[in-house]
Write a protein that binds this ligand. Structure first.
Ligand SMILES: Cc1cc2nc3c(=O)[nH]c(=O)nc-3n(C[C@H](O)[C@H](O)[C@H](O)COP(=O)(O)OP(=O)(O)OC[C@H]3O[C@@H](n4cnc5c(N)ncnc54)[C@H](O)[C@@H]3O)c2cc1C
Length: 362
């Protein structure tokens, strides 16, 4: 957000109470997919095919846009383009995945259905069906975030280390006060504060969840993991996994709505064991133990869509959060959407991301 607005010539002040990129970004598995948490079929059931397809196409453009930005600005973040491989659940008949692929192709999205024989030949994996989708990527999320912020600072943005404790806004502008007494005044307040939003930011569709991440030590070449595909599956709770540029295996998932960090820690061993067993099951191969396991909170929404736009009832205040498992893709989209809103160029499709949209019913 800061990078984009500073590059547009806006006067930007970033306030962070942690070192930059030490929030949920540091916990991220950074699978940069244009496929979102809610399948196109399920999103079509909620909002109709045309709206759902447009949202998916925006997501595809967001990954492309972020990749172009990384290249153009030379952001050092171990960016690598990858295919994403979406596996049908073990024991399913694969029909949900076949229907999903058909819907994506109707929407003009670059997805290819792999039946079991082809899936085995191409990826060495046995499942009832899978979808291979080019155009995804992986990166080091901390490096990406810090390099983007450094770019913003080089273009005139200011960074203040501090805890924002009070907010005030009206039709003339916005003001914040920090715990150490500093006050900052501007035209606009943009809250990109991850899952810790101030109490006046409320969204009916938002819910809190938690996810677990695990990583192995550096391995000898991972030849069985063909093409370094980003792997995830049509299952609940699901598994997502990738390799890293320094030859590790990075796995996440087992999402569960546990708020309390101590409670999360208490189940971390069980979650890691479940993820390890699931990943071994993907190829039917023994895999090395995890070197590190962590959990983190994140906020998601009932429809899998992020919350991006004006904060209802708060003039000159905007928020971008509720990203679920696509936070990095969505943060790029949020920067462009809010940039357009500030320029008075909001588009009708932005409404799909509004904070005050109701909980959808089928
Ligand atoms: C385990 C896990 C796995 C994930 N995997 C993926 C993935 O594979 N792909 C993907 O795209 N996304 C993934 N995500 C989501 C993605 O990482 C996040 O949505 C994204 O990093 C959020 O970035 P952010 O900058 O909005 O929030 P954060 O990184 O949380 O940063 C918010 C910042 O706001 C600051 N802040 C908050 N309140 C205040 C205040 N009052 N005053 C001052 N500063 C404040 C915090 O200090 C923090 O630095 C995952 C998330 C988790 C937790």
């Amino acid at each position: 957000m800061a990078q984009h607005l500073a590059a547009q010539g806006k006067e930007v002040t970033v306030v962070d109470r942690l070192s930059p990129a030490q929030g949920s970004t540091a916990a991220s598995t950074a699978m940069l997919q244009w496929e979102i948490d809610t399948s196109l079929v399920d999103l079509s059931d909620l909002y109709g095919f045309e709206t759902a397809a447009r949202i998916y196409r925006q997501s595809l453009l967001a990954v492309r846009g972020l990749g172009a930005q990384v290249q153009l600005l030379g952001l050092p973040c171990a960016w690598r383009y990858r295919d994403a491989l979406y596996l049908a659940a073990v024991g399913s008949d694969g029909e949900r995945v076949r229907a999903e692929c058909k819907a994506r192709q109707q929407a003009g999205l670059p997805s290819e259905l792999l039946e079991p024989g082809r899936l085995k030949d191409m990826f060495g994996i046995t499942r009832p069906a899978a979808i291979a989708s080019p155009g995804a990527a992986e990166c080091d999320p901390v490096c990406l975030s810090q390099a983007s912020l450094e770019h913003a600072l080089r273009h005139g943005a200011k960074l203040i280390h501090g805890d924002v404790t009070a907010y005030d806004f009206d039709s003339k502008g916005a003001r914040v006060a920090l715990a150490d007494g500093i006050e900052i005044e501007g035209d606009t307040l943009i809250l990109a504060t991850g899952y810790t939003m101030p109490p006046f930011v409320k969204a009916e569709v938002q819910k809190m969840s938690a996810s677990w991440g695990c990583v192995t030590a550096t391995q000898t070449p991972l030849g069985f993991w063909r093409g370094g595909a980003l792997i995830w599956e049509d299952d609940t709770p699901y598994l997502y996994a990738r390799t890293t540029s320094d030859g590790r295996i990075l796995v996440g998932g087992e999402d569960e709505a546990i708020d309390d960090p101590a409670e999360r820690d208490a189940v971390s061993d069980a979650k890691a064991a479940a993820l390890h067993a699931k990943l071994e099951g993907v190829w039917g191969l023994p895999l090395p133990p995890f070197e590190s396991v962590w959990s983190a909170a994140f906020s998601e929404t009932e429809d899998g869509m992020p919350l991006i736009g004006p904060v209802p009832g708060c003039p000159n205040a905007y928020a971008a959060y509720g990203y679920g498992g696509n936070g990095i893709t969505y943060s790029f989209l949020a920067s462009r959407m809010i940039g357009e809103m500030l320029a008075g160029c909001g588009q009708p499709w932005f409404e799909s991301f509004a904070l005050d949209r109701p909980i959808p019913s089928k």
